[in-house]
Design a protein around this ligand. Structure first.
Ligand code: HEM
Length: 411
C-alpha cells in the first residue's frame, strides 16, 4: 500500500518542497489517514477549527512535553490519571481554557508596548554585532552565524538571562526544540536527552526566579515572578512558561529569518526592493509567514464529533491542522504559489489563530524585520551556494539546517 499523503509529508525526502503534497491533500481537505489521524488542509476548515472549543490542545494522545517542569508527582501516576494531573503543570500552549487563558494573560501583560520598543533596539544591536563578525568573510552559513544565535540572545534578553549564561541556554534550547516535533517523540534516546535538558533548564530557571524575586529588574521573568493585581503564577507554571517562551520563540524565528533570506535570494528583485524601500519590510514579512511559514502544522484532539462539510471528525481523533497548506489555498489567496509582498488582505495562518494565536508575534515580526533589512543592506551581493539547501528533519517546524552563502565582491 502506498503511504498516505500525510505520511509522505512527514518523510524528510519531501522537506525541500512539500507544497505539491499539500495541494493533493487539499483535494479532500478534511481527510482520515490510515492511522486514524485527521488532516485538515483548507484555509476555511483550519480557521474554523482554530476557533472551535471542541478541539483540545491539552489531552493529546502522547503529551510530548509533560515533564517540562519536573513535577515529582508525574512519575508516580499511571497514565490516564497522569495526563489529567500533569496537564495542570504543562506549558500553556498544551492547555485548554480556563487555565490556558489565565496563564497566557500573565505573558500578554509583560509584552507591553514599552518593552516591545526596547526589544527592537536590543534586536538591532544584537543583529549589528552578529553582522560585524562577518566582515571580510567570503562565505558563511546564515543559520549558524546569524539566524540561530539571534533569537536565543533576544529571548535571553527578554527574560533577563545574563549574557554569560547564554551559551548554556542556547544548548538547552537546541535540544528542547526537538520535543516540539511530533514525529520525534518516539525516539527514546532523544527523549532521554530532552529530559536531561528539561531538568537542567528548570533548575537553572528556578535559581534565576529566586534571584529576581529577591531583587527584581526590568525583565519579563521579574515581572512574571512578581505577578500583578494580586495574581501570581506558581513556580511550576512560571518555569514552564519561561521554557515555553524559549522553545516556541527560538527555532521558529530561526526558520523565519533563514526562509526569508532564501526566498529573497530566489527572487532577487524583492531583495533589491527591500534594500531601496526598507518600509516594505512589514508586508514582506507577512507574505513570508504565508509563503514559507516556520510552523507547518499543529496537532489537536477532537473532544466531540465535529462535522465539517461532508466529513465528520470523530470524538477522540487526533487532528492535524496543516497551516502551511491553508496558506497556499487558492480558495483564499489569489495565485497562492506566488511570493507577493503587495498582496492585500493577507490573513495567513503563520501564527496560528484563535486562543493559541502566537503570543510572541510582535517580537517575531521585529526580529525578522530587523534581521532581513540589515542583511540586505550590509551584504548586498549574496549568492546561494546550495539550492535547495539541506533541511532539518522536522516536518512541523520546517527550515534549512544550513544556508551557505557566498559574499561576492562589488563590481
Ligand atoms: C504559539 C508561530 C515566534 C511564543 C504559536 C503558534 C504558532 C506560532 C503557529 C500557535 C500554536 C498552536 O496553535 O498550537 C510562531 C512563529 C514564530 C513565533 C512562526 C516566529 C517567526 C514566537 C516568539 C515567541 C513565541 C518569538 C516568544 C518569545 C509563543 C507562545 C505560543 C505560541 C508562548 C503559545 C500561545 C498559546 O498557546 O496561547 N506560535 N511563533 N512565538 N508562540 Fe509563537
Amino acid at each position: 500500500m502506498s503511504p498516505t499523503l500525510f505520511a509522505q509529508v512527514l518523510d524528510p525526502a519531501h522537506r525541500a518542497d512539500p507544497y505539491p503534497l499539500y495541494e493533493a491533500l487539499r483535494r479532500s481537505p478534511v481527510s482520515r489517514q490510515d492511522d486514524g489521524t485527521w488532516v485538515v488542509s483548507s484555509h476555511a476548515a483550519i480557521a474554523r477549527l482554530l476557533h472551535d472549543p471542541r478541539i483540545s490542545s491539552e489531552d493529546l494522545p502522547d503529551p510530548p512535553l509533560f515533564r517540562w517542569t519536573g513535577h515529582p508527582i508525574q512519575d508516580l501516576l499511571v497514565r490516564p490519571i497522569r495526563s489529567r494531573i500533569v496537564a495542570r503543570h504543562r506549558p500553556f500552549i498544551f492547555r485548554d481554557p480556563p487555565d490556558h487563558d489565565l496563564l497566557r494573560r500573565h505573558v500578554m501583560r509583560e509584552f507591553s508596548p514599552g518593552r516591545v520598543r526596547r526589544m527592537r533596539r536590543e534586536t538591532e544591536a544584537i543583529t549589528g554585532a552578529l553582522l560585524d563578525r562577518l566582515e571580510g568573510r567570503a562565505a558563511f552559513d546564515l543559520v549558524e552565524d546569524v539566524s540561530y544565535p539571534l533569537p536565543v540572545t533576544v529571548i535571553c534578553d527578554l527574560l533577563g538571562v545574563p549574557r554569560e549564561d547564554e551559551p548554556r541556554f542556547q544548548g538547552w534550547a537546541t535540544q528542547l526544540a526537538t520535543a516540539l516535533e511530533p514525529n520525534q517523540r518516539t525516539d527514546a534516546a532523544n527523549a532521554a536527552r530532552n529530559e536531561a535538558a528539561f531538568t537542567a533548564i528548570s533548575d537553572y530557571l528556578r535559581g534565576l526566579i529566586r534571584e529576581r524575586r529577591a531583587s527584581p529588574r526590568d525583565d519579563m521573568l521579574s515581572g512574571l515572578a512578581a505577578g500583578r493585581d494580586g495574581e501570581r503564577m506558581n513556580d511550576y507554571d512560571l518555569v514552564a512558561t519561561a521554557v515555553l517562551l524559549l522553545v516556541a520563540g527560538h527555532e521558529t524565528t530561526v526558520n523565519l529569518i533563514t526562509n526569508g533570506i532564501l526566498t529573497l535570494l530566489r527572487f532577487p528583485e524583492h531583495a533589491e526592493r527591500l534594500r531601496r524601500e526598507p518600509e516594505i519590510a512589514p508586508r514582506l514579512i507577512e507574505e513570508l509567514l504565508r509563503y514559507e511559514p516556520p510552523v507547518h502544522y499543529r496537532t489537536r484532539l477532537a473532544l466531540a464529533d465535529i462535522g465539517l462539510g461532508d466529513a465528520t471528525i470523530p470524538e477522540g481523533a487526533p487532528v492535524v491542522l496543516l497551516l502551511a497548506a491553508g496558506n497556499r489555498d487558492p480558495a483564499r489567496f489569489r495565485d497562492p504559489d506566488r511570493f507577493d509582498p503587495d498582496r492585500e488582505d493577507n490573513r495567513h495562518l503563520g501564527f496560528g489563530g484563535g486562543l493559541h494565536y502566537c503570543v510572541g508575534a510582535p517580537l517575531a515580526r521585529i526580529e525578522a524585520e530587523v534581521a532581513l533589512t540589515a542583511i540586505v543592506r550590509r551584504l548586498p551581493r549574496l549568492r546561494l551556494l546550495d539550492d535547495p539547501p539541506p533541511y532539518r528533519p522536522g516536518a512541523s517546524l520546517r527550515g534549512p539546517r544550513r544556508l551557505r552563502l557566498a559574499v561576492e565582491a562589488p563590481v
